[in-house]
Design a protein around this ligand. Structure first.
Ligand code: AMP
Length: 214
């Protein structure tokens, strides 16, 4: 089963993707993570996209489609793929459709996670992650434990994303509404879109997604 988690920054796509990886043996393909890895490795491409990401704009379709193509060609997803943060433009959506056809695979569900803007800003500015395993924390709802050890892996390498600040977030939200939200209509027209309320507790959102995926 291959699915897309679609939603604005802070909607909880990464958190739910991690649960699906854990419980359904799926593979999470997050273009945001791939781009941050490229930056961390100091590659030419990583340097090229650094400013764009810091501002909160989208990097080019060519780059992200290339990253996804590479991962899909590498194979190895017994339970299928979760596309997290990809596609973000109509051109990316078309490219994904073509890549899946080339691989003889299908897109089974597009799950839109909706959360109002105020909640997004609150979530993102309170967000940190474990740099070792990616576990997501929130200053208000799921703070880093007092012993400063990750509840998932025991590491103590916590990070805040450089683009999780109010200025970049405004640009990221604008990019979402201008360039990504047209995908809601695109997948609706194809009969593939289902929506969940992303505002609830992690467990409730998980249950809503499970009822869609079966
Ligand atoms: P994310 O971790 O999904 O919030 O992505 C972080 C940043 O990486 C975004 O604000 C964009 O600058 C860039 N990015 C991630 N995925 C894409 C994509 N599919 N298309 C264009 N830019 C992307």
């Amino acid at each position: 089963m291959n699915i897309i988690l679609l939603g604005p920054p802070g909607a909880g796509k990464g958190t739910q993707a991690r649960i699906l990886v854990e419980e359904r043996d799926m593979v999470q393909l997050s273009t945001g993570d791939m781009l941050r890895d490229a930056q961390a490795s100091g590659s030419e491409m990583g340097k090229l996209v650094a400013d764009v990401i810091a501002r909160g704009d989208l990097v080019t379709d060519e780059i992200v489609i290339g990253l996804i193509r590479e991962k899909l060609n590498a194979g190895g997803a017994a339970g299928g793929y979760i596309f997290d943060g990809f596609p973000r433009t109509l051109a990316q959506a078309d490219a994904l459709g073509e890549l899946l056809i080339e691989m003889g695979q299908s897109l089974d569900h597009v799950v839109e996670m909706s959360v109002d803007d105020q909640a997004l800003v609150a979530r993102i500015t309170a967000r940190s992650t474990c740099g070792d395993c990616g576990e997501v924390y929130n200053d208000n709802t799921k703070p880093i434990p007092a012993d400063e050890k990750c509840t998932n892996c025991g590491g103590s390498n916590f990070k805040r994303r450089a683009d999780d600040n109010e200025d970049s977030l405004k640009t990221r939200l604008l990019a979402y509404y201008k360039q990504t939200s047209p995908l809601i209509g695109y997948y609706y027209a194809k009969g593939q879109l289902q929506s969940v309320d992303g505002l609830g507790e992690i467990e409730d959102v998980k249950a809503s997604i499970a009822s869609i995926l079966g």
